[in-house]
Design a protein around this ligand. Structure first.
Ligand code: THU
Length: 134
């Protein structure tokens, strides 16, 4: 699946966003090496902290279906915002553990596109190595 197709799928997911508070719609599509894709959208809540971002929804769907980091090819994250939606801090932390460091992250708002990686978005990561103890 090509970059543009993955971005198109993410826009499809964006239409499923439940964003009645912010009215800011985000969609994501994660591509596995076997060709499987999972969609994710931002799902808000009256208790705002319970909101789940689109990219976390997508990557959690992949993991919930038995896939793991090494199975992942790429992820697209799109929004209907004025600027492209660069993943928030919580999502960067989650992606730093669950996404391969150099997997392409395609960002788009329909006008502008950026390709990046989690290694670029989150340097000096706090990760599993830091939590190891015995
Ligand atoms: N949001 C995402 O889905 N992904 C991001 O990386 C940035 C923020 C959502 C959360 C909330 O529903 C809305 O955008 C406004 O913050």
């Amino acid at each position: 699946m090509k970059q543009q197709e993955l971005i198109n799928q993410a826009f499809k997911a964006m239409n499923h966003a439940y964003a009645i508070y912010s009215n800011y719609h985000v969609g994501s599509c994660i591509l596995l090496k076997d060709g499987t894709t999972f969609l994710g959208a931002n799902i808000e809540n009256a208790s705002f902290g319970a909101t789940n971002c689109a990219e976390r929804s997508a990557i959690y769907a992949a993991y919930s279906n038995g896939y793991r980091k090494d199975d992942i090819e790429a992820i697209a994250i799109v929004s209907d915002g004025f600027r492209i939606a660069a993943p928030c801090g919580i999502c960067r932390q989650v992606l730093s553990e669950l996404l391969p460091q150099n997997a392409p992250i395609y960002l788009s708002n329909g006008k502008e596109e950026v390709v990046t990686t989690i290694a670029e978005l989150l340097p000096m990561q706090f990760n599993v190595e830091d939590v190891k103890h015995d």
